[in-house]
Design a protein around this ligand. Structure first.
Ligand code: SF4
Length: 438
């Protein structure tokens, strides 16, 4: 890829002449199930502005909802009983390997669990985190402990996987940084719980909706194995669907992926690097034959036995992007009692100097931000459209002047929201007067 930015127009296609696609966007586990992640609504907004049909699926929250249900837990118990029978027979014949002995011991450790009682607790725990009881520290701690107990129970059925809830640090026993291990994990029915998640939550939805293109967003390292598992199973079941992957973690793999052709032949069809909103629109144009494949910015694709990396890089103009579109996401299913919407006023990090941080590898261009008045106008619009009063400003960094101005405008215009943020704090923001205002 070149290091230069290019200006790309909409390709001269009118809305009437453009081929309209039905696209499904997937957000794979694992991520904190307290609010939607912004990637899908940002992509959806741009795709819909071009007339495309979009189904967005937060498989992460769907998975936790399913894990903490009687249906899944009874199924897990049956899976454990089946594994147990096979191992018991081998033990009777003195054929157990050390690994199988450990598996048997792990299964036996869950013998005392009454699955119906565990399922009842799990369902009650979901009611707690979604209701007023969330604010009662004892009840919340009980609910979180229940979730942890459930994950331990599920883990035994996928030994030696360790599935955990809060923090999201599940471990399937495969290293996500080693391509041969990633590929092996994708087919491993014994430990890869995401294969069952895909069978239950993803493949039936695809069968029902019949999308022509599927985009899988891999924004965090923890999503890589689940995301790749979904992609591979989708390609096996629906080979005619074009599967593309994108997100910060895919971008960080930009130097390694071209050397791993097998990912493009077995797992997905293309990868979008850096920011994906318009690149995805232009990929659809290439699929429709309306644009040359080489002219799709940020794209890595496969043709005639070769992985190709397009030269052109496109960086989104933050002030021109539409409002994130959350329509279709289950906004009341998250594990919190209120609707929380994520919001980004900036892209990239203007600071960029923390020595431990490689976040910048996910962006091509430097920091870009929206003017304070635009930020407040958009927050008001989101509040009204989605009846949400709680916001997560998920920016990496906020220039102090912008944060002060936004806080001031939120008060002056009586926007009436509560917000929290993940930004890096400048010393100048530690003034108590600013906090009082914010
Ligand atoms: S402020 Fe955050 S994103 Fe920016 S360099 Fe530091 S750790 Fe990285």
């Amino acid at each position: 890829m070149t290091d230069s930015l290019i200006e790309i127009e909409r390709g001269g296609l009118t809305d009437k002449s453009r081929r309209i696609f039905k696209t499904m966007l997937l957000f794979p586990p694992e991520w904190v199930p307290t609010a939607p992640y912004l990637a899908l609504p940002s992509l959806t907004a741009v795709l819909r502005s071009y007339g495309h049909e979009v189904i967005q699926k937060d498989v992460n929250i769907e998975m936790y909802d399913w894990f903490f249900s009687d249906t899944f837990l009874i199924w897990v118990k049956l899976r454990m009983d089946q594994q147990r029978r096979g191992l018991d027979e081998r033990e009777a014949r003195n054929e157990l390997t050390d690994f199988e002995r450990d598996r048997l011991a792990c299964l036996a450790s869950q013998d005392a669990i009454d699955v119906m009682e565990l399922a009842e607790r799990a369902i009650e725990a979901k009611v707690i985190v979604r209701g007023e009881a969330f604010y009662d520290a004892e009840k919340l701690e009980w609910a979180l402990k229940t979730f942890r107990d459930v994950m331990q129970f599920i883990s035994a059925a996928y030994f030696p996987a360790s599935l955990v809830f809060y923090p999201m640090e599940s471990n399937l026993g495969y290293r996500s940084g080693v391509s041969t291990e990633v590929l092996a994990c994708l087919d491993d029915d014994l430990v890869n719980v995401y294969r069952d998640v895909c069978r239950q939550l993803v493949l039936p939805a695809i069968q029902k909706e019949q999308p022509e293109v599927i985009g899988v967003s891999v924004g965090t390292q923890m999503q890589l194995l689940a995301g790749m598992t979904f992609c591979k199973m989708i390609k096996e079941e629906f080979p005619a669907i074009h599967v593309t992957v994108g997100g910060n973690v895919i971008t960080r793999l930009k130097d390694d992926l071209p050397k791993r052709k097998e990912f493009f032949t077995q797992v997905f069809d293309s990868a979008i690097l850096y920011e994906g909103e318009h690149a995805l629109v232009w990929l659809l144009e290439a699929l429709a034959g309306e644009r040359d494949w080489e002219k799709v910015p940020n794209l890595m694709w496969h043709r005639e036995g070769e992985v190709r990396v397009n030269d052109e890089i496109y960086t989104e103009k933050t002030t021109a992007l539409p409002l994130p579109d959350f329509e279709g996401l289950p906004l009341d299913a998250y594990f919190v009692p209120v609707r929380i919407l994520p919001y980004l006023a900036t892209r990239g990090c203007y600071w960029g100097r923390c020595t431990f941080c490689d976040h910048g590898q996910g962006y091509f261009d430097q920091y870009r931000g929206k003017p304070a008045h635009d930020v407040v106008r958009e927050i008001k619009a989101l509040k009204e459209k989605y009846q949400a009063e709680h916001f997560l400003f998920s920016d990496e960094s906020y220039p102090p002047a912008l944060l002060k101005k936004v806080s001031q405008l939120l008060i002056e215009e009586q926007v009436g929201i509560k917000w929290t943020t993940l930004i890096r704090f400048e010393e100048s923001l530690q003034d108590p007067a600013i906090w009082k205002q914010a």
